[in-house]
Write a protein that binds this ligand. Structure first.
Ligand SMILES: Cc1cc2nc3c(=O)[nH]c(=O)nc-3n(C[C@H](O)[C@H](O)[C@H](O)COP(=O)(O)O)c2cc1C
Length: 182
């Protein structure tokens, strides 16, 4: 079976981001069959303007999403909402459709996070992504789950992240099998 390509996007641009730590924890939990790529371009994306001739940064994001078998999003909550940089990136995909039927795992890691998590679930519904309950995880009080080096080492949190990644990979494999039958 060809490698499974997972693209991971952190919704935070902060230095020492806890969501970056979650993404790195997820990367360490997947096996050799997975090609795990972290998207680094979020901060360079122009503001969404629905251009029919979008700039290279947008085309790169769309290409990376298009060639991914699944996408991991880990996002904080800022001011009771989704970080603007992440929403901006998602808005660029509405017309191009890279998330349609795309398996997505959504982790929200924040102090509380309920608002951003619910909002992102709505957005991914609008984008027609494949995001069943097993692909979803809310990590509240995330800072308390990090060690002194800023890594996610809390056993229950690591296990919860592993469950989400396992579910995402299972969905990707199941989709492949269904595609082969069809
Ligand atoms: C500007 C700002 C606003 C925040 N607002 C919220 C909020 O509304 N709800 C929440 O649960 N956490 C809030 N937080 C806490 C962050 O979710 C928490 O610090 C988280 O670790 C940030 O993720 P990051 O480290 O990946 O950037 C806020 C943090 C900042 C910096």
């Amino acid at each position: 079976m060809p490698a499974i390509n997972i693209l991971a996007i952190s919704g935070s641009l902060r230095p020492n981001s806890s969501n970056n730590a979650v993404i790195h924890a997820a990367a360490a939990l997947v096996h050799g069959e997975v090609n795990f790529v972290i998207y680094e371009g979020l901060g360079n994306l122009p503001h969404f303007n629905d251009s029919k001739d979008p700039p290279a940064e947008v085309l790169e994001l769309r290409n990376m999403l298009g060639s991914a078998d699944g996408v991991l999003i880990s996002s904080p909550e800022y001011a009771f909402g989704v970080p603007g940089v992440l929403k901006n990136a998602l808005d660029w995909t509405v017309s191009s459709g890279e998330f349609v039927n795309k398996p997505v795992a959504l982790i929200t890691a924040a102090t509380g996070g309920n608002n951003a998590h619910a909002s992102l679930l709505l957005t991914f519904t609008a984008l027609s992504a494949q995001l069943p309950p097993g692909h979803q995880l809310l990590i509240s009080f995330v800072r308390a789950k990090l060690n002194e080096s800023g890594e996610v080492k809390d056993p229950a949190t690591v296990q919860a992240i592993k469950s989400v990644m396992d579910a995402l990979i299972t969905t990707i494999k199941s989709n492949r099998e269904n595609d082969e039958v069809a």
